[in-house]
Design a protein around this ligand. Sequence first.
Ligand SMILES: Nc1ncnc2c1ncn2[C@@H]1O[C@H](COP(=O)(O)OP(=O)(O)O)[C@@H](O)[C@H]1O
Ligand SMILES: [Mg+2]
Length: 458
Amino acid sequence: MRKISFKLGLLFFVFVLGIETVLFASLYVTLVNARIHEEFEQLLARGNNHRDVLEKSYHLSTLEHVVMMESEAETDVVITDAKGNILYFSDRILPFAKKLIPHTDVRHIPHGGMVVQNNWKKQAYIATASPIRMDGKTKGYVYMFQRTASIQNMISKLKHHFLVVGIVSVFLTIMTIFFLSRVITIPLIRMKQATEKLSKGDFSVRLQVKGEDELAQLGKAIQTLATDLEYLKKERNEFLASISHELRTPLTYVKGYADIARRPNIAEEERANYLSIIYEEAEHMQKLVKDLFELAKMDQHSFHIEKQPTLLCLFLKKIYEKMAPAFQTKQMALIYRCEENVTVHIDRQRFEQVMMNLLDNALKYSHQGSTVSIDGRMEKKNVMIMISDEGIGIPEADLPHIFERFYRVDKSRSRTGGGTGLGLAIAKEIVEAHGGSIHAISQFGKGTSMIITLPRSE
Ligand SMILES: Nc1ncnc2c1ncn2[C@@H]1O[C@H](COP(=O)(O)OP(=O)(O)O)[C@@H](O)[C@H]1O
Ligand SMILES: [Mg+2]
């Protein structure tokens, strides 16, 4: 996994090195050219200076003075006549001047003078020439010479300097890149290790995430995933435990009563009684399995709701008509109120299941002679469906849990009514799949209201 940091580092390095090379090279070339140009300019200016003095007074004393000045200085001078014969010169320079001057085409030299020998790399001297003009006639030339050794020396110093700075900056670049690529890749490596752990089923992943950048967000996402998975695993285990627990009771009954019922010397009446208990328990298990299957489908996200535009009041009325006989049987009243005829988008079949579950509870957990009502109305941007009863109510302590799977306030009461403890959990899943929510208001001993809120649009 060091690979990514190496790749990244190499890429950075190649780019930065390329940029550095181009910058250093151009800086070097510019600097060298500027310095050399300066040397030529200085030499030319010095020659022109001598020339100006000579133009003012072309006397022996002046000539000697010029020559003397140059023999002291770094530079050298040669003065020729108009034809190029050497008249005066400062020491050292004669051999080189004798080689150069006969090959110099003096006709094109302007009054401002010009460089006549510019090859500072190969020759021992660079040279300029400035014509001496008096009364419109060229009287002679002032040649100026400078050793190239000093220039070469300067250039080599510059080169050395650049080399040192270059090496230092490459070193710094490497350090920076090494550090940077680690900063970037270390969290990536940690996340990779974390996801590997996750895939092996170890959800105890803890990533330390700092900052708000994309990497931090990725880290947080992985952390959330780990926590979710851990929770899901725990929940699944608990769920499986409760399923086996739920199945154990009816199976014990079935087994026990079947054992008695198969005894030969038992009264026919008794046998019928036991068989009917067995039948009831089997029925209960069947319902349980059906509900579980329902929930499993929702969990897998494989269940999708098909929303159809539905007139709310018509929908509620149909349910009312379907359920009213069951309430009559228990000598209870079911009333239905719906005024505004709004259209809601719901999966009718699934939503009918929700309503049935809620009404079934209202029926089951209410006393004879009480009234249950179905209300449909608009509230702001939401559609509210409320089912209220005047039944036994739910104790405050249980209220937050009733939508949990298998949660029942009174197990035996729920069981005798054919309940599995899954009705509200299923209802909640369906309502939430519609983008809505469901909650309960209850007063223990007085009654319960189940309220579904659905977004109106869509
Ligand atoms: N209208 C109600 N009045 C009183 N208690 C209720 C009502 N609806 C639900 N409950 C409580 O919530 C529990 C969970 O409901 P539900 O999921 O439908 O399971 P079940 O009806 O199978 O017991 C019930 O066992 C009951 O204790
Ligand atoms: Mg129920």
